[in-house]
Design a binder for this molecule. Structure first.
Ligand SMILES: Nc1ncnc2c1ncn2[C@@H]1O[C@H](COP(=O)(O)OP(=O)(O)O)[C@@H](O)[C@H]1O
Ligand SMILES: [Mg+2]
Length: 213
């Protein structure tokens, strides 16, 4: 049986995660792999319910409450979706994972990073992706994409946060992208160029896994 492959796409809103996830899925399916694309918060019945609470503009949620809700959604997602998919030899692509919580609840909300990372590790049972792609998007490109997307802005509770919150999160991603184990991708380029770089990274891991069998 094929080995499971766990790929995570990280980065701020509108950095191109969903676009890249869909293209990667198509390519991997072409290689004969079974691929699941999932997202955090969400990905299971219960986790999607928690997602709705988190993104509802009417929800009033303190930062620490917010952190626990994200982690609760994550535990369920890990147990019910990620682990079974990997055990079955599938490829699982997750749109956001633990780095998002570090960026948004740690750097964005100002919760202690140690607390966030302890809870991240508990909620994932310490499970680490084979590849975490961090979409690094230049500020100028980001500002343009936000303007173009004006109609959609403010749709959910997190997107309604002031610009200062989003700027803290974006700065955090630039920092986190340089952590060991992270694969930083210059996301200000054309879609196809970014995809080619991601595929090359994935191909390398697949080759390594083949050698291990
Ligand atoms: N490399 C790119 N260059 C230009 N526009 C892009 C690129 N990647 C994505 N987009 C566009 O930017 C917007 C946000 O992309 P999306 O994949 O939904 O981002 P995310 O999932 O990170 O929020 C969409 O309108 C998408 O078509
Ligand atoms: Mg998306």
């Amino acid at each position: 049986m094929k080995k499971g492959l766990f790929i995570v796409l990280e980065g701020p809103d509108r950095s191109g995660k969903s676009t890249q996830a869909a293209l990667l899925k198509t390519w991997l399916e072409g290689l004969g792999r079974e691929v699941l694309v999932t997202r955090e918060p969400g990905g299971t019945y219960l986790s999607e319910k928690i997602r709705r609470i988190l993104l509802d503009p009417k929800s009033r949620i303190e930062p620490m409450t917010e952190l626990f809700l994200y982690e609760t959604s994550r535990i369920k997602h890990t147990l019910e979706k990620i682990i079974p998919a990997l055990k079955a030899g599938k490829v699982l692509i997750s749109d956001r994972y633990t780095l998002s919580t570090t960026a948004y609840q740690g750097y964005g909300r100002g919760l202690p990073l140690k607390t966030v990372e302890t809870l991240n590790s508990i909620a994932t049972l310490g499970l680490k992706p084979h590849l975490t792609v961090v979409m690094d998007i230049p500020d100028s490109v980001f500002a343009r994409r936000e303007r173009e997307d004006e109609k959609l802005r403010g749709a959910d509770r997190i997107e309604r946060e002031p610009g200062s919150f989003r700027r803290r999160v974006n700065r955090a991603y630039k920092l986190l992208a340089r952590r060991p184990g992270m694969t930083r991708i210059d996301a200000g380029r054309p879609v196809e160029e970014i995809q080619a770089e991601i595929r090359a990274r994935v191909a390398r891991i697949l080759k390594r896994q083949k050698g291990e069998r």
